[in-house]
Design a binder for this molecule. Structure first.
Ligand SMILES: C[S@@+](CC[C@H](N)C(=O)[O-])C[C@H]1O[C@@H](n2cnc3c(N)ncnc32)[C@H](O)[C@@H]1O
Length: 228
């Protein structure tokens, strides 16, 4: 798929499932997504944080417990839900800004940390998004990325993939009433770079001291890197 076509497809897809996004996230991950996000947020430094591809804002809200946060996403419908949640929960230190991860509208070295959860896989140009996160973070600041991975244990992987490729798309489609979105999820995870390749992309974007942690049998991986 061409770059612009993918961008448009992704934006429309999330707009279409936005009303069911949170419910399906928690339901399909059996609530594990909350733990994954908490783990990623705990790796962030204190200060001003940018949450890229923030969607309905769960990472931004978690990070706001000890930071000021900007939640950014290019999908208006997702950000509207984020804004509503912040209002409902009376959170004063999160601001939502519509923004493209590949072309962030923030000045160089603005943030103490930047993070993206389940978003980097969806951007059309991963290298550009990584270099943008690197650009807007201050020297000594950190970039933390949470993304789905392919489990390495073959037995676990075969059981998990039965769920991930067959059952999850079926439930996702039935609940969201959108056919493609939850089939796109497993196929985009399979197409996403392996851990070592993704670490290479982070290095190429200028990040150093890169670490990664597999969670829940390697269903997801949390990557972190520092801007020197
Ligand atoms: C799977 S959701 C993740 C939302 C949230 N971070 C979470 O943890 O639930 C992916 C989000 O990435 C956003 N996204 C994809 N490509 C983007 C881009 N180029 N710029 C900004 N947001 C983008 C989508 O609109 C969507 O809200």
């Amino acid at each position: 798929m061409y770059h612009l076509q993918k961008k448009e497809y992704i934006q429309k897809m999330f707009a279409g499932i936005s009303h069911r996004y949170d419910f399906l996230n928690h339901f399909l991950s059996l609530g594990l997504d909350k733990y994954w996000r908490r783990f990623a947020v705990a790796l962030l430094p204190s200060g001003l944080i940018l949450d890229v591809c923030s969607g309905t804002g769960d990472v931004a809200i978690e990070a706001s417990k000890r930071n000021k946060v900007i939640a950014s996403d290019f999908c208006y419908e997702m950000l509207q839900l984020c804004t509503q949640k912040i209002k409902n929960q009376n959170i004063g230190n999160v601001v939502c800004i519509q923004n493209d991860a590949e072309n962030l509208s923030f000045k160089d070295e603005t943030f103490n940390g930047a993070t993206v959860a389940f978003g980097i896989r969806n951007v059309a140009d991963i290298k550009k998004a990584l270099s943008e996160m690197h650009r807007v973070v201050k020297k000594g600041g950190k970039v933390v990325i949470l993304e789905f991975s392919q489990p390495e244990n073959k037995v676990f992987k075969s059981i998990y993939y039965l769920y991930f490729q067959k059952i999850l798309p079926f439930i996702g489609c039935a609940v969201s009433k959108k056919k493609g979105a939850y089939s796109y999820l497993p196929s985009s995870v399979i197409a996403f770079p392996e851990r070592s390749e993704f670490v290479r992309l982070m290095k190429e974007a200028g990040l150093a001291d890169i670490e990664f942690h597999d969670l829940t049998f390697g269903i997801v991986t949390v990557y972190s890197g520092v801007k020197l």
